[in-house]
Every structure is written in C-alpha cells, then in structure tokens.
Design a protein. Structure first.
Length: 696
C-alpha cells in the first residue's frame, strides 16, 4: 500500500499580491506584460502574486508603484517600511499626494459652482477614471504629469476612445478644473484681457486663431512672473515648459509642445509689428546645411553655371532657343573613352526635378565636409571640389552613417549625384575615379540588400493598422469624419476659419492618398487643372492623373485613377469653401494645396496630416507610410504582389517590394494564430490530463 503524499505547504503571498492581481484584472494587463513594462523578467509579477516571491525588492516595488499608480504603502503593507528581510527602509511613499477620490470630494464641496456644473464635472471625472482609464478613482493619482504620460502611453484620442472631439475636450476640461479645485495644480483664472498693458497690446495684434491659442498661455505665465516682452529668452521658455509639463493635461509630447510654441513665437516675431525681435532657439533642430552665403562666391557661381547649362557644357537656356535649336541641343553628346577602359555615356540636358535634387546634394556635401573638418568653407572654390570619391566617402562615413545608417537610399543618392556632376562638369576626370564612384554605389547597394525591408520605427508605426482591421477602418474613415465635422459647423452658419480650412485640406490629402497612393512630394504639388479633373456637374466622372517625378523605370511613369462620386464631391467642397481662405493672398496659385509663397504649394501638408492622425487616433503615421499602408492593405485583400508593384510604381522583385513580403508573412502568422485559437477554444481538457495536473 503506497504511502500518502504529504500536503504541500501553500506559500503566503506578499501584501503586493492582491493589489497587483486586482490591477491586472481591472486593466486587462497580463502579469507578463506588467513585468516587462518595468524592465524585469517575464515571471516577476507572477512570482509575487503566486507567493513565490514573498519579499519583493524595493526597487521593483517602486517601479510598480510608478507604473501602475498604486501607493507604495499598499504594495508593502506598511506605512513606512517593507517586511524585515534586509531591505532598505522607506522614508516616504513613491506616490505621495492626492488621488482622484480627493478631487471628487473637493468638487462636491465647492460651493462656488452651480449645481449643474458641479454634477457635470463629477460625471466627467468618473468617466475619465472608470470608463477611459478602467480604474477606480482611488487608484488614479491626481498628478497631471502622471496622467499625461499614461494618456500618451495608451495612445488616447477622440477616435481611439470612440467619442467626438467636443466630448473629449469636455471631459479633459472637467478633469483639469477638478485638479485646480483640489489644488493639485495651480489655478489660472486670470483672463488674457487682464494682463499688463504691454502684453495686451501685443496680444491684440494677433489675428490668427492658432497663434492666439499657442501664445496666450505663455503670455499669462510671463505676466504672472513679471517678465516683460523684451525680456523673454530661451531661459524663460525653458522655465515655462517645465511649469507646463508639471501641470498641463495633454497627450501631446513635450517635444511637440515646445516645437509648436517656438514656431508660434518666431512667426509672431517676424509677422507682427512691435513684437520683440527675439528668436527662440530652444529645442530647434540642428541645421545640417550651411547657408549658400557661407561658401565663396565662386562656389555659388559654379552651381549657377551648371544649372543654367543643365549639366551639359555649352547648353544654353532652352527658353531662349528656337524649337529646332532645342531639338538639336537635346541630341545625346557622346564623350570619348578614357584610357580604353569605359565609356562615359551620353550627356543629355537634365530635367528641373533632377537639378533640384542635385542642388540639395551639393549643398549637403559641402556643408557636411565643413562640419566634419575635412575642409574649410573657403577651400571649396567650385562644385567640382565636392565631386570626388574621397570627399563623398568621408561624408558618408563620418556624417550620414552615424545618423541614418547605410541601409537607406540617401547615401546612394549622394554618390549618384556627385558622380553625375563629376562626369559632366569635371574636365580632367579619370576613368579610375568614375569606377570608384561605381564601386562605392555597389558597396551601398550590398548594405541595403542585407538590411530588412522595414525599419524598426516604421514597423512599430505600421503594426497597429495592419494588425487590426478596426484601426485600419478608422484610419481610412478619418478624412470623412474630419470633413463632416467641419461641414456641420459651416452649415450652421459658423464662419470658416483657417484652422477649419487646414483640417479639410489635410483630409483631402488623405482621400487622394488612399485612392492613388503617389509619393508625398507629387501629392503636395497637385495642380488644380492638371492632376485633378472634376466634372462640370455634380455626379459626373472625376479623375486623378499624375506624371510621377521619381521612378525606377526609364521615362516618366503616368498614374491615373477614377474618383468615386462621394470623394469628388468632398474635394469640390474643399475647393469651393475652404481653399479660398488658404489662398486669400494668392488667388492665382495653381496648386490644390496653396502655400504661403506665391505660386508655390504648401510645405506644411505632411505635418498637418500627421497631427490630425495623432489627435484623432493616437498613432503616428508619417506621410510616406501612407504608401506602405495602402500597398500593404491591397496585398492583404488580393495576395497579388504584381498588383501592388503596379499601384506604387515599383519594379517587381525590387527591394521596395520586400516590405510587403514581410507584411504578408505577418498576416500568414496571424491567420495561423486565429485558426489555432478557434481550435483550442473548442477543445476540452481530457480527464487524464486534469488528474495528472492535480497531482503535481
């Protein structure tokens, strides 16, 4: 007769176990995810909750308190110390201060509020904590910085939470006012009209809503600190940003807040009479390119001569030539063989787009050579000085590679443009130097072939959309939502503002991109009379037509697509009611998206689209990712790689198509997981396995 196995002792969990288990259940967070979020092993929290770690280390409990918002006293089970096991004593808790229960109590006791306002704020604070954050108000710290960080981590936005923009603003306003009532953040009740006379005089000159919205909080802060307009410096801005980060309830990252404020101040300094001529440089991006004036006059003159001849010595300005002269000038000019090794090829006049690209490369190569100490600016007497393999290789190794790596096309473009200039413009170029350029491009091509199709950053940005059909549907519906919201305001009689016009402009750009995903540069330069053809009467056929400026195939590739009736009417609405405000200073601007410079397209379209997607969906999608998203979605629906290559203008089998091969592999894995999950859900555990587990 076998002897009965002695009962196994059940470990006593630590005081943190119950709190962490409740937190995971309330928020739907797995113990593994919570462990990894604080930088610990995957079983760290599971061991605490299962009693296998009865005395967690203080550093781990501190990290859990900071991440979850749970008081450290709850996790330790004591007021000031942890269980006696050699761990350090705690002089104070991590999360000292108020919680949202204290905020609710302060709002209830505020006799200065009307009954309706008080009840509304209480309801909204409960919605914020219970419905949006999925936590009890007693577990939510009344800390504006902590709340803002959590909102950014969760990717909160109106569309992500399934609410309208008005509802989103209303709830956040109630939470902000509640924090002020509970004295968790300073109360700012002084109206903008009550600031000092010098600040008020400047504010009264602001006639753009986005400028007033950006600068009015800074004006109130400076007035409260007795800082006069002429005394504002980068130090003032840094102090203001520290104050705002501690007390501002916003999902916008600190870097984006600073960038918006800096742009608003510098714009006011150049466009408003009497505004202090102080340029804010704090947080500005490092300018990689030196101004043309930093180089000798001969260097600039050599570029102008190269551009005027379109890269062919002796080629005059084609606008001053007759038709026959232009035709003869465009006949290929063959260069002789050098040392019998290679033929330099045919020289034909360069297109405007190629000259613009080469101009950027010339300026960057010259600037980077000076920045990295290879040469001084005075030593660059001509563009022929930068058209050498040694200088280009030095710039790529010392400047481009540390910032971007070599697995991009940027370095290859630099070599290609420098090689073209050397072949066309350097009279004593040798075959060995041209062969070195060719070998350098081959090395960079090898680096790109060995790299992944997607960068880690783009992979993270694409994952929420291509891994979830609902999120992808929201992205594709976003332009219609934005236009509908602004149209509701306009049709109620509200005047169209510049902010409304920029909203609809960004929505129209998204509509076109999800219909015909051209490159963003081509989209920005969309012409009213050439690229978009709307019907004379509503309901007729509409077309998009583009001559692509950049393609791997010889010649200019053309793309066209039919616009649905609904999309055509939305674009017509933008042209009739919103675009006139954006082109008020330049009514003859031919572009669909007019810019501030007469005759030129806007330079803010990509930033506007990115900002709208982040505000509504809580995700970051830079403009070029739209092409990858549309190509990936088409591949998901059709599984036809050739169709994707035809849509995007890629050569079938090129490196660009590797991006979509990776997506296809991910979807295949997702399909497998779905099949496995359905199979597991319908399979019950056999009795023999259940008995075996019970005996462990």
């Amino acid at each position: 007769m076998s002897q009965a196995r002695p009962a196994r002792a059940v470990p006593t969990p630590s005081p943190a176990a119950a709190a962490l288990r409740s937190y995971c259940q309330e928020t739907g967070t797995s113990m593994r995810a919570l462990s990894l979020a604080i930088g610990r092993g995957p079983k760290y929290v599971a061991d605490i909750c299962g009693g296998r770690s009865r005395y967690p280390d203080v550093a781990g409990l501190r990290a859990l308190a900071e991440h979850t918002g749970l008081p450290l006293t709850v996790l330790t089970g004591r007021d000031e110390t942890v269980p006696a096991s050699g761990n350090e004593a705690l002089a104070s808790t991590v999360r000292a201060g108020l919680y949202m229960t204290d905020v609710l109590a302060a709002v209830r006791d505020d006799d200065t509020l009307a009954a309706g306002t008080r009840d509304k704020r209480i309801r909204n604070i409960k919605v914020f904590c219970c419905d949006w954050m999925k936590r009890d108000p007693g577990a939510v710290p009344a800390d504006a910085r902590w709340l803002s960080n959590r909102m950014r981590e969760q990717g909160w936005g109106p569309a992500a939470l399934g609410v309208k923009q008005k509802r989103w603003n209303d709830v956040l306003s109630s939470v902000r006012c509640g924090l002020e009532t509970a004295r968790a953040i300073p109360r700012q009740t002084k109206p903008i009209m009550g600031v000092s006379a010098d600040w008020r005089a400047l504010y009264d000159q602001i006639d753009e809503s986005w400028l007033a919205t950006s600068l009015s909080p800074l004006i109130r802060y400076c007035d409260a600190q007795d800082v006069r307009p002429a005394d504002v410096t980068d130090t003032t801005i840094a102090s203001y940003m520290a104050f705002r980060d501690a007390y501002d309830l916003s999902t916008r990252s600190p870097h984006r807040k600073l960038a918006k404020l800096r742009s608003a101040w510098n714009y006011a300094a150049t466009s408003i009479d009497g505004w202090p001529a102080v340029t804010i440089t704090l947080g500005a991006r490092e300018r990689l390119d030196l101004p043309w004036s930093a180089f000798p006059g001969s260097f600039q003159e050599s570029w102008l001569a190269y551009a005027a001849s379109r890269g062919v010595p002796g080629y005059a300005d084609h606008e001053q030539m007759t038709l026959l002269e232009r035709a003869r000038a465009r006949q290929p000019r063959h260069q002789a063989e050098l040392d019998g090794q290679m033929r330099l090829g045919d020289l034909t006049p360069l297109e405007d787009s190629t000259l613009r690209a080469q101009q950027g490369s010339v300026r960057f190569l010259a600037s980077a050579a000076v920045r990295t100490g290879l040469v001084t600016a005075d030593e660059l007497a001509s563009i022929t000085d930068i058209a050498s393999p040694e200088l280009v290789a030095h710039v790529i190794h010392e400047d481009v590679s540390p910032r971007l790596g070599l697995a991009t096309g940027y370095a290859d473009n630099l070599v290609k443009h420098a090689s073209s200039i050397a072949r066309r413009w350097v009279p004593d170029i040798t075959a060995d130097e041209l062969l070195t350029f060719r070998a350098l491009r081959a090395e960079l091509a090898t680096e790109r072939e060995d790299s992944d199709g997607l960068s880690d950053r783009d992979r993270r940005r694409l994952a929420p959309f291509l891994g979830d059909a609902e999120t992808m549907a929201r992205l594709l519906s976003l332009p219609i939502w934005i236009i509908k919201r602004n149209e509701e305001q306009r049709q109620r009689g509200c005047p169209v503002t510049r902010d409304m016009a920029r909203d609809v402009q960004a929505a129209v750009a998204m509509l076109i991109e999800q219909t015909l995903p051209v490159r963003w540069g081509d989209l920005t330069r969309t012409l009213l009379d050439t690229n978009i053809m709307l019907p004379a009467k509503p309901g007729g056929p509409a077309m998009l037509y583009y001559r692509i400026s950049k393609t791997r195939k010889k010649g200019r590739r053309k793309q066209q697509a039919r616009l649905s009736v609904g999309k055509a009417e939305l674009i017509r609405t933008f042209i009739l009611h919103y675009r006139p405000l954006l082109a008020a200073h330049d009514r003859l601007n031919p572009h669909l998206f007019p810019g501030q410079i007469p005759g030129q397209p806007t330079t803010r379209l990509g930033a506007d689209v990115r900002a709208r997607v982040y505000t509504w969906l809580g995700h970051t999608v830079n403009p070029h990712l739209w092409r990858k998203l549309m190509g990936g979605y088409l591949l998901l629906q059709t599984s036809d790689m050739k169709l994707v290559a035809d849509l995007l203008g890629h050569v079938e089998g090129s490196r660009a198509t590797r991006v979509y091969v990776e997506m296809k592999s991910a979807w295949a894995a997702q399909a497998l997981d779905d099949h496995v999950t359905r199979l597991v859900e319908h399979t019950r555990m056999p009795d023999d396995i259940r008995r075996r587990i019970a005996n462990l």
